[in-house]
Design a protein around this ligand. Structure first.
Ligand code: HEC
Ligand code: HEC
Ligand code: HEC
Ligand code: HEC
Length: 407
């Protein structure tokens, strides 16, 4: 955009914004909302003169963020047209270390409060980047992992029950196993941690993607008690089970994926597993102490007690398509990522590599934000890649202030 066009835009935009703003905190208070802190919104009350000064400050930013706030560098965001109060708040956050990034921390270290306000106002007044032609191709829809898991499970139903609930003594139920535990167990057979020739030959050729699909499918099947007999004395088993509750839960329903749920499990398999931990043919160490003192009768009693307990589904969410995620994200980030709240970042046409990087950073806690930590916690790598590509190909709209706070 030319300089004149830019100045025109600022003239058009900023005085009217200032007018809206003056009435905004009062209006918000009337509606019973907490009005935004005054300094949250300072950057959008800028005058054309402020913006011109912000442009001078921006000379130190251009080598990374591009001449017009449009980045040509992997991992560095476009900041042209980004929402003004968001820009200002994040510049402050880099300065105080609340958002830690060594590069940005250094870039804003010596800037005054006033300079931050103005440089934020300058970048938000610019025309945003538009999607690169290479980013606009819509990728083919991802195959549904649950359907893929179901198809792969056709090879398992003969032993483990069609819906993962065992009907054959000695065969474990798989329905309702936590997916993380499921994957660890399968890898145990493949690498010899768990000795079982049949399961080794079945597990070895499966890829990580196959395992995840199978784990997801079985995790989503409604668990029921195995339809197999139990020989032991459940009342005696109940007493002994006090030693197991700390890890497996009072009723054999564990909240922790590292410790499997054992409620409703086939009793014969249950005893075989305990023996395997005792004789070392399952070399996973956690169970070693728990089984050391148990004889065959004690094992059968425990098996009978747990077989009679009601299994519960683990916390497994059916994965969402990118389109379904986008509906959730757009509630705050605006339609197609064009935020209408000056404090919430726009995502439209942002660099995909940057979006991908920061979504992982929210997920790992490397970038701290309680809202985004919660929103990103269940995203898979594939979800993140899909969302990053989606927002990168949306048309970006320049900032126009509409007084709709998002909290
Ligand atoms: C040496 C390269 C470099 C320089 C110089 C630099 N930045 Fe950055 N900037 C980055 C990187 C890298 C990130 C991403 C950091 C992260 O992941 O939090 C970033 C992030 C930002 C963000 C956060 C964007 C968002 O969407 O959350 C803003 C705002 C920003 N920079 C503004 C500026 C301003 C204003 C200047 C000049 C005063 C500047 N930067 C100078 C590299 C730089
Ligand atoms: C021929 C029968 C048979 C087939 C087919 C079979 N399994 Fe198994 N599976 C077993 C037996 C027996 C065990 C118990 C092995 C042991 O004692 O560790 C087992 C154990 C498991 C376990 C461990 C369960 C737990 O609670 O720790 C998982 C997971 C599993 N199988 C998944 C599968 C999957 C997935 C398939 C299909 C790809 C499959 N199995 C096919 C017989 C079979
Ligand atoms: C310190 C925690 C801990 C205690 C105490 C404990 N367990 Fe476990 N248990 C585990 C873990 C972890 C595993 C998974 C090991 C693996 O990956 O093979 C496991 C696995 C099992 C399995 C195999 C489940 C399956 O699906 O294959 C059974 C059965 C079992 N435990 C029963 C018991 C019983 C009975 C007791 C009490 C006498 C007990 N455990 C005490 C942690 C514990
Ligand atoms: C409840 C409101 C809300 C929802 C829903 C939400 N976000 Fe956010 N998002 C925010 C806020 C607030 C920030 C600024 C956080 C910060 O200061 O780091 C943010 C920041 C981001 C950023 C960083 C942008 C930048 O320029 O650095 C990305 C990327 C992002 N969100 C993506 C998403 C995606 C993808 C979803 C849906 C899975 C989502 N958000 C859902 C409120 C939300």
């Amino acid at each position: 955009m030319t300089r004149t066009a830019q100045t025109q835009l600022s003239r058009l935009l900023f005085p009217s914004i200032a007018a809206i703003l003056l009435s905004f905190p009062a209006a918000a208070a009337e509606r019973g909302e907490t009005p935004a802190k005054a300094d949250d919104l300072r950057a959008i009350t800028a005058t054309p003169a402020d913006i011109a000064e912000g442009r001078r400050v921006s000379e130190t930013c251009a080598r990374c963020h591009g001449a017009n706030g449009i980045s040509a560098t992997k991992g560095i965001p476009h900041i042209a047209g980004q929402r003004p109060a968001y820009l200002y708040n994040k510049l402050r956050a880099y300065q105080t270390g609340e958002r830690s990034d060594p590069v940005m921390g250094g870039a804003v270290k010596f800037l005054s409060e006033d300079a931050l306000v103005k440089v934020a106002a300058y970048y938000s007044s610019l025309e945003p980047a538009q999607p690169l032609p290479s980013a606009t191709k819509v990728p083919p829809a991802r195959p549904d992992p649950v359907a893929a898991g179901k198809a792969a499970a056709a090879a398992c139903g003969g032993c483990h029950g069609e819906d993962g609930v065992s009907k054959t003594p000695g065969m474990p139920s798989l329905a309702g196993l936590d997916p993380k535990y499921f994957v660890v167990a399968m890898k145990g057979y493949a690498d010899g941690h768990r000795k079982n020739d049949m399961m080794k030959s079945l597990a070895t050729p499966l890829t990580d993607a196959d395992l995840n699909n199978l784990a997801l499918y079985y995790g989503l099947q409604k668990p029921r008690r195995a339809e197999t007999p139990a020989a032991g004395d459940p009342a005696a088993g109940k007493k002994a089970a006090a030693d197991c509750a700390g890890c497996h839960g009072e009723q054999g329903v564990s909240g922790n994926p590292a410790n499997p749920s054992i409620a409703g499990q086939d009793a014969e398999y249950f005893v075989a597993a305990l023996k395997a931990y005792k004789d070392g043919s399952r070399s996973e160490g956690t169970m070693k102490n728990a089984v050391a003192k148990l004889d065959e009768t004690a094992m059968k009693n425990l098996a009978a007690f747990y077989a009679a307990q009601q299994p519960q589904p683990p916390k497994v969410a059916r994965p969402l398509s990118t389109a379904a995620w986008v509906q959730r994200c757009d509630r705050c980030h605006g339609v197609s990522g064009n935020s209408t709240d000056p404090r919430t970042p726009a995502l439209a046409a942002q660099r995909a590599d940057y979006l991908d990087k920061v979504l992982h950073a929210y997920q790992s806690g490397a970038r701290k934000d309680s809202v985004m930590a919660a929103m990103s916690s269940t995203l898979t790598d594939a979800d993140i890649a899909g969302l990053a590509a989606y927002y990168a190909r949306q048309r970006a709209r320049a900032f126009v202030y509409v007084a709709v706070p998002c909290k």
